[in-house]
Design a protein around this ligand. Structure first.
Ligand code: FES
Length: 231
């Protein structure tokens, strides 16, 4: 049969007829040419490479912070942080506890803490300053250690019943409210969550930087009555 007399056929049929082998036969059966197979293979490899690059980029943008500053940190159990009235605070023992890993002070105020505000005014202010009321009526706050003036670490001073920054003297009450000094606002605070198992978690990636200097209509805790020296 001359070339002109051959019936019309696809390249695949031609290849099968002319001895393309089992592989060619399978390709012909599936209606794929070698070029299509090659294209799909190259496409697959490029796709895998793309996924790998995207995965690496995401890992760089969102590093695994589990348990590190910037992530949710379980700082302990309720019983690790006994509550106290403001005047009874003792660092590490009652009412105020420093947690290095979270760069935060855990504040646990007793349920009968005296407040300057009442009713709706009080509940609005507690909400806006991220106070958490526990089932026993006590209150929790997680204060960021960083002074909102120029960023020094602010120590709690047992001798002052308050926080006093050693750099330029900014002074904050037991709940982080501004008292005096150059700081533009009260101490920032993290979100704190009490788990159903009694665990205390500080969300160090979620910071409230909007607690303003209080005035008589917004101050929650009475200022301490004792003077606080510079050092
Ligand atoms: S950094 Fe704290 S008062 Fe300036």
């Amino acid at each position: 049969m001359s070339v002109q007399q051959m019936p019309k056929m696809t390249p695949q049929q031609y290849e099968v007829m002319t001895g393309g082998g089992a592989e060619a036969g399978e390709l012909a059966r599936r209606g794929l040419s070698r070029r299509q197979v090659l294209r799909r293979a190259v496409g697959g490899v490029l796709g895998l490479l793309g996924l790998e690059v995207a995965g690496g980029t995401l890992a760089m943008l969102y590093p695994n912070l589990a348990g590190q500053f910037g992530a949710d940190i379980v700082v302990g159990k309720r019983s690790d942080f006994p509550a106290a009235l403001p005047k009874q605070f003792i660092l590490g023992t009652a009412g105020v506890f420093y947690v290095q890993q979270a760069r935060a002070y855990i504040i646990h105020l007793a349920k009968d803490t005296p407040f300057l505000l009442k009713g709706v005014n009080l509940s609005n202010q507690l909400d806006s300053e991220w106070w958490v009321q526990d089932t026993d009526g006590s209150y929790w706050i997680a204060l960021y250690q960083k002074c909102v003036h120029l960023g020094c670490k602010v120590p709690y001073r047992d001798d002052c019943d308050s926080f006093k920054c050693p750099c330029h003297g900014s002074h904050y009450n037991v709940d982080g409210e501004y008292l005096d000094g150059p700081a533009p606002r009260s101490l920032d605070r993290f979100k704190l969550v009490i788990g159903s198992d009694g665990s205390i978690t500080v969300k160090t990636g979620t910071l409230n930087q909007h607690v303003q200097r209080p005035d008589s209509s917004t101050r929650i805790i009475p200022p301490p009555s004792i003077p606080c020296s510079a050092t």
